[in-house]
Structure formats: C-alpha cells, structure tokens
Design a binder for this molecule. Structure first.
Ligand code: NAD
Length: 500
C-alpha cells in the first residue's frame, strides 16, 4: 500500500495543479494507461530543467478528433466511432498507428499518441506523435465489410488532413496490418488523384502498394535487436541478475500477433532462446523444453486459439502464466497487463515491453523496488516506426533502397576478391578463398538488408543514449526514466528552436 500511495501521490501531484479540491478525495485505484504515461513523464521531468510552461506544452495532447460515421451493412446503417489524436507537432508529419479494437477509447488513443512522440524522439525519426483508433472487433465482420468500414474511416480522416503525407501518416497497430493500409492508401489516392506523393500517406503497406521490405517483421525484429544490445552489456545484465548470452534464455511471450510472433520467432530461431510460455486470448501454452513458434502460429491460424496445441501444456487462465518463472518476460499484446494486482508475483528479472504500456505506473514502482529491470515500450517497440520512416522516405524518393548501388557494390567487391585470388595464385598459395565466402562477400545489399541494417543501427544507438543517462546519472535508477529524459530533452530542444 505504501508504494501504491506513492503512485497516487504522483498522480495527485499532476492533477493538483488542475483541480486540487477533487483529487485529494480520489479513491485509491490503479492509474489508467493515460495516467500511467503522465506519471512516468512527471517522474522524468523532475530530473530536468524545463520551464513549467514548456513542460506542460510537451505533456498535453494537442488535439483529438472524434468521428462517428455510418456504413450500410447487412441491410441497415451501422454507426462506428473512431479517433485520431495528435499529441505533438514539434515535427511534422506526425506519426502513429491505427488500432482496431472493441474497447478503443479516447484516453487510450491519447496515451498511445504521447508514447509515439517520445518514441520517435528516442530513435531520432523526424516525426511528431499521433495515434488512431476505431472501436470495432474486426473478427465480427467479413473482409468486404471491413474494407467498406476502413475506407469510410480513412475518408473521414483524409478529408481533415489527418491522413496526409506531409501532415499525418498512420501505420498498422493492434487489429490492423498490410491489408488495411492498402485500403487506406487506395482511398487517399482516390481523393487526391494528382498527389505525386500519395503513397507516403500511410506506412506498413504491402510491397506491391508502395511498402518496404522488412516492415511486417520490423517491430518484432526491433525487439530482438533491443535484447541483443542489452546482452552486449555485462553491467546491464548484472542489474537484472542475468549473465551469459541470449542462448538458452527462457522466455515467456504474451500475444502471438504481429509483434509477439516475430519477436518469439527470431529470438528462438536465430538467438537460441527457449520460448517456454505463450499467452493468448484463450489461454496459454507452457513447455519448458521450448515451444516451436511456427508450429504454434499455424495451430492458432487453423483453430483460432492455443487450446489443443500438442507440443505443450494448456493453461486455461493464461494471465497467470505472466507470473511463471523465466528469464525474460515479453508482454506483446495489451496495455496494463502487469498491474497492482500481479506485480508482486512477477518472477522474471527482465521485462521487455514489446506492447505499448503493458506495465502500469503502480506496477512499475513495485517491480523496480523488487530489483526487476524493465526495458521500456518507447524503446523496445520502436522498430515499427523506424522502418515506417524508411518506407515514408522510400515513397517520397520514389525509388527502392539499394536500386542504384547494389550492382556497383557487387562489382567493387568482386574486384577485390579477384585481385586477392590473383595474388594468392601468383604467390603459389595452396589455399584459395572459399566459394561460400566469395558469394557472401560479393553480394551487394538489397532493400531488406539495408532496412535491417538501418534498424539495427537505430536500436543500438537509441540504447546507448538511454544507457548513458541510466549509468551516467546517479539519481536516475531505471531505463524508462532514462528513455523519457532523452526523448523529452529532444522534444524540448525542438520547441525551443521554434522560439517557444
Ligand atoms: P496484433 O493484433 O497483431 O496482435 C495482438 C495479439 O495479442 C493477437 O495475437 C491477439 O490474439 C493477442 N491478444 C489479444 N488479447 C489478448 C489477451 N487478453 N491475452 C493474450 N493475448 C491477447 O497486434 P500487434 O500489432 O502485434 O500489437 C501488439 C502490441 O504492440 C500493441 O500494444 C501495439 O500497440 C504494439 N505495437 C505494435 C506495432 C506494430 O508495428 N504492429 C508497433 C509498435 C507497437
């Protein structure tokens, strides 16, 4: 209760400026997602020297547009509610995914938009923060109905420039993917027939609709790169009570959607992690020997859930599996899943926030006090927006990455290899360069290689910037606050340069 009181005091502190009378009577309760983001922001700005005015300007969400629109479906008019929040326009366009979920609401969208501002700043992609949501359960509708609904939502946003290559560029999020982005770009094109940069109005598109290689996997790939970077630093591992490498580490993942599936797949297939638990909507599968992710994904595709999967034990109360013993816990589904109700029982020493906001501010405080290390969402899942940035640049430059250089690079590499082979031959060496090395070395980088390289570099550089604050300042005790300090500092610098 002591820690909870601390969180609530932080919450009250923020609100007291707005409404001191009411807040002191507020019940002790879990902060909402939006309040959690504010509490974390408040913790960070305490370490910074910002004027109160600038602090408030950065904290608040600039605007939220709510739209209610009707679509004729199944013989009647159905009304849907959608949102697009713009948190900060210190850089434009603003950027952030569109979520399709039955419980989407304004506060959630605004919290997600704020996270986008800080995420973009942390990984140095030149966008402000935004987010969208449509209150809908996509599983209740046929594909052609989803297309009508998505196009109508896109129309409503595009006509107010809330979808626009130079002002507001959405992307996929929970419940949306390449399919929806393809409908959105097509809708924008129909409304803006002469806009030569129309393809840049949204990212996460399929390759044949102006997408970029590696975008679908990008967020999960970024989770993998963030963990690889963490495991390059013995001091950081020590802080979490871990050592060694990723090889053999036991991992539990919640959510086998776009982010969780790719993260689990890459970590198990490429880094030797053992995925000992997967939590989904209908329960969880546990197997200490490791769960074959591709096989489980196929099972979910065929049956709609994890139940009945033959290579592990089914646990009906999947949520409980968050509390199982493992080295790395990766919540990759929903917000607020680690909260005041279970934080005391979380065993994993390292929590990797692949989802947005999976740990509430109250749980964050408890986990920190218990010595857990949390890699924060604004860093861990930034791979998506990073590759979205590459896609936007590709769309504006109208040329695939690597198209001009690839063969020239190959020719240069072949020159070197041929020369070395000539020298070896002339000097009578009995050994030559192996064919495997030759073809690997000579090959020029295509778009996918360049995207992965750019993403890897981004995740490493961002980690270094957080780490410098985490270890460099005695008063900063966790990676999340370090990340916020870096991001808020950059947003503040951008506002100052505009004269604010
Ligand atoms: P998704 O819709 O592809 O996958 C979500 C998964 O979570 C699904 O498999 C779903 O069945 C599962 N799920 C839903 N409710 C659950 C529950 N109660 N318990 C366990 N599992 C449940 O979504 P996504 O794109 O993978 O997004 C997941 C998270 O990652 C979200 O927080 C999102 O904001 C964040 N994120 C996504 C991206 C991206 O590029 N897609 C980028 C950054 C952050």
């Amino acid at each position: 209760m002591g820690r909870l009181a601390g969180v609530l005091l932080a919450l009250r502190g923020r609100r007291s400026r707005q409404n001191r009378g009411n807040i002191m009577n507020a019940p002790l309760r879990e902060p909402t997602f939006r309040e959690s983001v504010d509490i974390m922001f408040n913790r960070a700005v305490k370490f910074m020297d910002l004027s109160p005015g600038l602090e408030e300007k950065i904290r608040v969400c600039n605007s939220t547009y709510t739209v209610r629109f009707g679509v004729r479906l199944r013989g009647e008019i159905k009304t849907f509610t959608g949102y697009r929040s713009v948190h900060s326009e210190h850089m434009e366009p603003v950027k952030g995914g569109i979520r399709f979920a039955a419980n989407v609401h304004q506060d959630e969208v605004e919290a997600l938009a704020a996270l986008m501002t800080f995420k973009c700043a942390l990984v140095e992609v030149p966008f402000g923060g935004s987010k969208g949501g449509l209150r809908i359960d996509p599983r209740e509708w046929e594909e052609h109905e989803m297309e009508l609904i998505t196009r109508r939502f896109a129309y409503e946003l595009a006509k107010r420039d809330l979808i626009n290559p130079s002002q507001n560029v959405p992307a996929p999020d929970m419940g949306t993917g390449e399919r929806e982005m393809a409908w959105i770009v097509d809708q924008y094109r129909r409304m803006n027939t002469t806009d030569i940069n129309a393809a840049a109005c949204v990212t996460g598109k399929p390759l044949n609709a102006g997408g970029i290689a590696g975008r679908v996997e990008a967020t999960g790939r970024g989770v993998q790169y963030s963990l690889r970077e963490f495991f390059r630093h013995p001091d950081d591992m020590k802080a979490a009570g871990l050592d060694g490498t990723l090889e053999g580490k036991r991992v539990i993942v919640q959510g086998l959607g776009n982010v969780g599936y790719h993260a689990a797949k890459f970590l198990s297939e490429e880094d030797g992690c053992r995925i000992v638990g997967v939590i989904e909507r209908d329960g969880a599968i546990i197997n200490d020997k490791g769960i074959p992710i591709e096989f489980l994904k196929t099972h979910i595709g065929a049956t709609g859930g994890v139940k009945g999967f033959p290579r592990g034990t089914y646990v009906e109360d999947g949520h409980k599996v968050l509390e199982e013993d493992c080295d790395i816990l990766i919540p990759a589904a929903l917000e607020s899943v680690i909260n005041l109700g279970n934080a005391e029982r979380i065993k994993a020493p390292l929590i990797v926030e692949a989802a947005n906001g999976p740990v509430t501010a109250g749980a964050d405080e408890i986990l920190r006090a218990r010595g857990k290390v949390i890699m924060p969402d604004l860093y861990v899942n930034a791979g998506g927006v990073t590759v979205s940035y590459f896609e936007w640049v590709k769309n504006l430059s109208h040329i695939r990455f690597g198209r001009m250089q690839r063969r020239q690079e190959e020719a240069q590499n072949a020159l070197i290899v041929n020369e070395i082979e000539r020298i070896l031959r002339d000097s009578g060496a009995t050994m030559g360069i192996s064919d495997a090395f030759k073809s690997e070395y000579v090959r020029g980088a295509g778009e996918l290689e360049l995207v992965r390289s750019g993403l890897d570099d981004t995740m490493r550089t961002a980690y270094q910037s957080m780490r410098e604050v985490w270890h460099g300042r005695k008063d900063v005790e966790d990676l999340r606050i370090a990340a916020y300090i870096v991001s808020i500092g950059r947003v503040a610098a951008s506002y100052r340069s505009k004269g604010l």
